[in-house]
Design a protein around this ligand. Structure first.
Ligand code: 0T9
Length: 390
């Protein structure tokens, strides 16, 4: 464990032992201070849009294969931020703060070069197990991404294996209002967390994820060192027309490369498919107005995050315990009153017809998944801000 501070070696090795003998919800295990991140998982959905121009470009692409390629390009453009940014900014993967039930995060990316404003709304819809639901919307472009995330973790030969549960549905409003909206199903890759022994964990993506819609199925295979290209963070995506819905264009498009740097067409096209540039735009959080909940993530975790950032772990752990005790008390009060916590922005459904329909086409398993439907109730802070920026 070279990366582990000498005073925390013991607690790191007992943390690793508890991971190894444990499977399920890792978020509830207590980890040594050096590995704690000051950011809650409710902020993670912002990674879907740190390069808002690629999101907006989906609406501008011609329906069919061009649009399916635009969705793939946007998806690939998000992976570097989703899976390597903590390493780049904090030195290694870190353990995020475990959101409380009802925790929310709201933010925007400004309009630039006519791409439209993009809005983000996130709500923690379950604490045990942790489930985060989100919406990302660009109204100017008629784009809306709705999804939810949970994880199942296990331990295998020194690595943490994370199966992502949940999916996202991207809806594109047609410019011709009489035409129906188009939907894409996006599934999520599996993760392996390596480097634990040395105290410098990092993520590698493994297995397969899918994008289905626009008449096409894209299968994305992920490999680490020593496979397609011998490089870390490699992928190979294969796009084929949905049988009977192909339309014009080459039959099969294959792209290969690394998701954090450069990928190229190897079939059905030529040259660069996508190069990840350094310029990303972090989301601009809505201010804590009185109207925003006391559970706004940066307000809720303010002192915990301060403690972690400034190395005042006594402050961090005292505040974290205060938040957790308050949660236990709330749940107890609800049980005694015979009430239960009501979701703010979402409604839970046991199945998702779009997942079922598009998933069947690509033979995605499981054949059905639950879903959190967005109620459409954006807080009015978004409208105020949009008006102010004009
Ligand atoms: C959705 C993403 C997800 C969330 C995180 C596994 C993980 C929690 C979930 C999957 C985002 O779109 C993408 C990126 C990173 C994922 C996290 C990495 C991580 O380590 C944590 C887990 C729960 C841990 O904190 C494990 C213990 C820790 C000491 C290892 C660094």
């Amino acid at each position: 464990g070279q990366a582990v501070p000498a005073s925390q070696r013991g607690s790191w090795s007992s943390f690793l032992k508890s991971i190894a003998s444990f499977s399920g919800d890792l978020s509830s295990l207590t980890a040594p201070p050096f590995i704690l991140s000051p950011t809650s998982l409710t902020e993670f959905p912002a990674y879907w849009c740190e390069r808002p121009e690629y999101f907006a470009a989906i609406a501008d692409a011609k329906p069919g294969q061009d649009r399916a390629l635009a969705v793939l390009r946007w998806f690939i453009s998000t992976l570097k931020d989703q899976y390597t940014s903590r390493n780049e900014e904090l030195g290694s993967e870190k353990k995020p703060l475990n959101p409380v039930l009802g925790e929310v995060f709201y933010g925007t990316w400004p309009d630039k070069h006519g791409r439209g404003t993009t809005e983000l709304l996130v709500e923690q819809v379950s604490h045990h197990p942790p489930i985060t639901a989100y919406v990302i919307e660009n109204k100017t472009k008629g784009l809306r991404l709705v999804g939810h995330n949970a994880q199942k973790t296990s331990f295998s030969s020194g690595s943490i294996i994370v199966k992502q549960i949940g999916h996202a549905i991207l809806t594109i409003q047609s410019k011709d209002a009489s035409q129906p909206a188009e939907s894409f199903l996006i599934t999520l890759p599996k993760l392996r967390i390596d480097g634990l022994w040395y105290g410098s964990p990092y993520i590698e993506l493994t297995e397969t994820s899918y994008i289905v819609g626009g008449g096409h199925i894209t299968t994305i295979e992920y490999k680490g060192k020593g496979y397609f290209s011998g490089k870390s963070h490699s992928f190979k995506s294969t796009m084929v027309p949905i049988p009977g819905q192909g339309g014009a264009g080459p039959r099969e498009i294959v792209v290969e490369g690394t998701w954090h740097e450069l990928s190229k067409y190897v079939k059905g096209g030529a040259g660069t498919f996508h190069e990840v540039h350094e310029h990303k735009e972090e989301v601009d959080p809505l201010e804590w107005t009185a109207e925003l909940s006391e559970y706004e993530t940066r307000r809720l975790w303010f002192l915990v995050a301060k403690g972690i950032r400034e190395g005042d772990f006594e402050l961090a752990s005292r505040e974290k315990s205060r938040i957790e005790n308050e949660q236990r008390q709330r749940r107890k009060d609800e049980r005694e009153a015979g009430t239960s916590w009501q979701l703010i922005h979402f409604e839970h459904e046991d199945s998702d017809p779009i997942y079922e329909q598009l998933g069947r086409v690509a033979k995605i398993t499981p054949p059905t998944e639950d879903f959190y439907v967005f109620k459409g109730n954006w807080p009015s802070g978004f409208t105020k801000r949009a008006a102010a920026s004009k």
